[in-house]
Ligand binder design. Structure first.
Ligand SMILES: *Cc1c(COP(=O)(O)O)cnc(C)c1O
Length: 378
């Protein structure tokens, strides 16, 4: 089956209940009658039928053998870190989701894990950062919010030859546009809150891998730590996924249109969108992604204008998060990336004049009109 077909069908097969329901039944049962069951279920933290339907779907979408679903992206990340121990070292991409940075530096660092942050576009720098205690390489592409594209295939090979696990946070691209496991990456992590759920109405996370031993360890940790999603959230995520392929086409179309508009706007200094031919990762993105995605960032010539733009937008919503049907705009320096110390944030390129847009699925013309009016020099 091809992607859009799997998105609609896997996990929702009609032989799951006596009625032939076309949707996975929402199984609100914490325990199960072990005398009267065809499949073995014991307790819903360990396994739940609706969650299992979602996990099967997620594995299929990422072309992995196993998937685990969680209550949030960060619950997935927290669980994933249990493959490591105190003293282990992680080489992490410098431009990562703010919450990932916070989790590593303000939680796991206190438990004896070590983290180095490097620009993973530079393979030599990544190689140099790997020490004998390095156990994991953590990547994001496109990255958040600077839209850096890193060579997943080359980095997977590098990690593999160093004998360390490679992880990609694939939230920004979604499995509709990029499948890191097919490029040799060991583990994919998602915030399903974003494109997979797609409607800003659930929090969720996922881990997908084809490595049996990694999966077994993480399945144990999923149950032991308990950060699992509710059956209703699993159902809503599955429902969102059914339209992922068509939504993503519009997300990409609108993002490209906005990027081109901003690129020729006199108030804009730079536009960061891998779909623009001038983007340093354009050719690489063409190779490893099926389209360029719905996310873009741009820097204003006058940093003071950023707040004004946020206050003036009417259709585009000023808010955090991304990947949903409604377009969102945010200011990384004061919102999503506020947990990164200012000198480090600015040195990395997350300046006060930077704005990030998640292009929704509205009519693109309304989004352009909204931005044009928000960018007037008043
Ligand atoms: C939102 C996000 C997360 C965290 O996910 P939650 O569902 O909010 O816990 C992790 N990585 C990326 C890239 C994200 O955008």
């Amino acid at each position: 089956m091809r992607f859009a077909t799997k998105a609609v069908h896997v996990g929702s097969e009609t032989d799951q209940d006596a009625a032939g329901s076309v949707n996975a039944p929402i199984s609100y049962s914490v325990t199960f009658d072990q005398n009267r069951q065809k499949e073995k279920f014991e307790y819903s933290r360990t396994a739940n039928p609706t969650r299992l339907a979602l996990e099967r779907n997620l594995a299929a979408l990422e072309e992995g053998r196993h998937a685990l679903a969680f209550a949030s992206g960060l619950a997935a990340e927290t669980t994933l870190m249990t493959v490591l121990k105190a003293g282990d070292h992680v080489v992490c991409m410098d431009d990562v989701y703010g919450g990932t940075y916070r989790l590593f530096t303000q939680v796991f660092a206190d438990y004896g894990m070590k983290f180095s942050f490097v620009d993973a576009r530079d393979l030599v720098a990544v190689k140099k950062a790997i020490t004998p205690s390095t156990k994991m390489l953590w990547l994001e592409s496109p990255s958040n919010p600077l839209m850096k594209i890193v060579d997943l295939k080359a980095l997977a090979e590098l990690a593999n030859s160093a004998g360390i696990l490679s992880v990609v946070d694939n939230t920004f691209a979604s499995p509709a546009l990029q499948n890191p496991l097919k490029l040799g990456i060991d583990i994919v992590v998602h915030s399903t809150t974003k494109y997979l759920g797609g409607h800003s109405d659930i929090l969720g996370g996922a881990i997908v891998t084809s490595r049996d031993e990694v999966h077994e360890r993480l399945r144990f940790s999923q149950n032991a730590l308990g950060g699992v999603p509710s059956p209703m959230d699993c159902f809503l995520t599955l429902r969102g996924i059914k339209t992922l392929a068509v939504r993503m086409e519009r997300h990409c179309l609108n993002a490209k249109r906005i990027a081109e508009f901003l690129n020729s706007h006199p108030a804009v200094k730079t536009v960061l969108y891998p779909g623009l031919p001038g983007h340093p990762g354009h050719e690489l993105a063409k190779r490893q992604m099926r389209d360029f995605g719905g996310m873009l960032s741009f820097e204003l010539k006058d940093p003071a204008m950023a707040v004004k733009v946020l206050e003036r937008v009417k259709v585009i919503i000023r808010g955090e998060s991304l990947g949903a049907v409604e377009s969102l705009i945010e200011h990384p320096a004061s919102m999503t990336h506020a947990s990164i110390p200012k000198p480090q944030r600015e040195a990395g390129g997350v300046t006060d004049g930077l704005l990030r847009i998640s292009a929704g699925i509205e009519d693109g013309e309304d989004l352009i009109v909204d931005l044009r009016e928000a960018l007037v020099s008043r």
